[in-house]
Design a protein around this ligand. Structure first.
Ligand SMILES: *Cc1c(COP(=O)(O)O)cnc(C)c1O
Length: 257
């Protein structure tokens, strides 16, 4: 059913006013709604996570005024600064990028969610730090759904064993799976990535450790979120379609080929 689903063109300019931002947001939300309609899904099943990496405080305040209360950040250092400068707003912070273990203590302190868990060592350090802080953290297991050697994340077949090991870290509350699909204009291949994730989540729901519910599937970004929603995403992580183009190339955030 790939017919009729175009890739949403990312906005060409940086939104400067609350109205610009509200317009971008409304556009993204309407595309999510149409994707739900195409797939016969309930719109309430899909959460939009605005990704604010490289977005300055001013633009984030506009987004807040337009109704965004959660933000995804790829890098802990950048997130720390924003947590500080936006501390007057009640924001739910999600860290969505690869985490170096020496930064885990900050994530344990301020983040509400970590979407890129793919190493037990990181889980262990986060759990220890969370205990010190008296906090818990929602986490997602990151999966390499494209088979590209360059991508972060576990191979799908490693996930059941990894999930079992996570039961040793009760401060981590496993919410589901996260992935970046292959970066390609070939929609069939992008879909394959998303479908692999849907199957994996089914498997984890049936055979995963007791108490781990695997409710969420975080997949879909500015270039492929409609396909992700059609295939079953419950969270889409969207930056440029809301905040405008970034200057830094994507290779700054994840390894490239
Ligand atoms: C930047 C980023 C996104 C959003 O990408 P856009 O192209 O800006 O929508 C999603 N997920 C992760 C892990 C990211 O780092």
């Amino acid at each position: 059913m790939s017919e009729g689903v175009e890739r949403a063109a990312p906005p060409v300019s940086i939104p400067r006013t609350a109205a610009d931002l509200a317009r971008n947001l409304a556009f993204v939300k309407s595309r999510i709604a149409s994707a739900c309609e195409i797939a016969g899904r309930n719109l309430a099943e899909v959460t939009l996570l605005p990704v604010s990496k490289t977005v300055d405080e001013q633009r984030m305040r506009l987004a807040w005024q337009a109704g965004c209360t959660s933000f995804g950040e790829n890098k802990v250092q950048e997130a720390r600064g924003k947590v500080e400068s936006l501390s007057d707003l009640d924001i739910r912070w999600s860290i969505i990028g690869h985490l170096q273990t020496n930064k885990a203590k900050y994530v344990a302190r301020f983040a509400d969610e970590f979407q890129a868990l793919d190493r037990i060592k990181t889980a262990a350090i986060l759990d220890r730090r969370l205990n010190i802080e008296g906090r818990s953290l929602d986490v997602f297991i990151q999966v390499n759904s494209s088979g590209e050697a360059s991508k972060y994340g576990l191979e799908p077949e490693q996930v059941p064993d990894f999930a079992r090991k996570l039961t040793a870290y009760p401060a981590l509350n496993v919410r589901g799976l996260m992935t970046l699909a292959e970066f390609t204009a070939d929609q069939a291949r992008v879909r394959d990535c998303f479908r692999r994730m849907v199957r994996l989540r089914e498997r984890m729901r049936q055979d995963g450790p007791q108490g781990m519910r695997f409710e969420e599937l975080s997949m879909g970004m500015s270039g492929d979120y409609e396909l992700a929603v059609i295939e079953g995403a419950t969270i889409v992580r969207i930056g440029q379609a809301i905040f405008g183009p970034r200057e830094l190339p994507d290779s700054h955030y994840w390894p490239s080929n």
